[in-house]
Design a protein around this ligand. Structure first.
Ligand SMILES: Nc1ncnc2c1ncn2[C@@H]1O[C@H](COP(=O)(O)OP(=O)(O)OP(=O)(O)O)[C@@H](O)[C@H]1O
Ligand SMILES: [Mg+2]
Length: 258
């Protein structure tokens, strides 16, 4: 469980456009790492290279290495589908399967795996919904459609679905940007609990959120529009927000950017 991520020399392209350039960093197990930086600097692109989702985009191509413990996710013998199980993802807009029940939404990934009997499936669904702090709100309506939940509940449903398959890493791309402040705090609390078990990487435009939830923060930037995004610095979150090493980080965090 909870493996270390070690990225080296990673660049990602859309066709001939290099969106991110030569990124190297490590992410420690059972920690939360926040990605911050201006729009277009490649945060989402980089996040998607960590579970081989980037290459799903037509023209999407990756150079460099992503090691999960000692295994290179881009080695030729690695199955990208297996990678996406191990490294789960939660998106900006909650995206429950609209025609499926709450139960089936959470069970979706598990059903691909025949080792689960009916009782076991129900147990894992309950455990995952509890893990996502949603169980109490939905336990009496598990057979109702997932799309009938509020936005914040739908996002927790998506988190339940992601953790049901017991990933080692959870990637979250602005998971709270479509949520109200109360649901946002609920998700932030949940992130604090989940990091006991998972390695979490979260993209956020909310500086307070990065400061509240993360142990380490990575700042990305781009020299000019059309230029590739680069990792400017990564450090303890406290350090990044109090005394960053690079002036551009300070400018961005204090809102003097642009
Ligand atoms: N599907 C795509 N096809 C072509 N170019 C893309 C695609 N998706 C993103 N890009 C380009 O890659 C660069 C990085 O985009 P990305 O979405 O990773 O940035 P971001 O940091 O996540 O921005 P935001 O904060 O707005 O979400 C941008 O120049 C963007 O236009
Ligand atoms: Mg993005």
């Amino acid at each position: 469980m909870a493996k270390r991520i070690d990225v080296s020399g990673l660049s990602a392209y859309y066709g001939s456009h290099r969106a991110i350039d030569d990124i190297s960093m490590t992410v420690e197990p059972r920690s939360v790492t926040a990605f911050i930086g201006p729009s277009g600097c490649g945060k989402s692109t980089f996040l998607r290279t960590l579970n081989r989702m980037h290459e799903v985009t037509p023209g999407g191509r990756v150079e460099g290495k992503v090691l999960l413990d000692d295994e290179n996710l881009y080695a030729s013998n690695v199955d990208p589908v297996a990678v996406r199980r191990t490294v789960g993802m939660v998106f900006q807009r909650p995206n429950p399967f609209p025609t499926m029940s709450i139960f089936d939404n959470v069970a979706a990934g598990l059903r691909l795996n025949s080792r689960y009997g009916k009782k076991e499936l129900a147990d894992v669904v309950e455990k995952s919904l509890k893990g996502a702090n949603l169980w109490n709100e939905v336990k009496d309506r598990l057979n109702k459609p997932g799309s009938g939940l509020s936005g914040g509940q739908q996002q927790r449903l998506c988190i339940a679905r992601a953790i049901a398959v017991e990933p080692e890493v959870l990637l979250m791309d602005e998971p709270c940007s479509a949520l109200d402040p109360i649901s946002t705090l609920a998700i932030e609390d949940l992130i604090g609990e989940l990091k006991e078990r998972f390695t979490i990487v979260i993209v956020t435009h909310n500086m307070q959120q990065a400061a509240r939830v993360s142990d380490r923060t990575a700042f990305f930037n781009l020299a000019a529009v059309g230029q590739p995004g680069k990792l400017i610095e990564i450090d303890e979150t406290e350090r990044i927000f109090s005394n960053p090493s690079v002036q551009a980080t300070e400018d961005y965090i204090s809102g003097r950017f642009g």
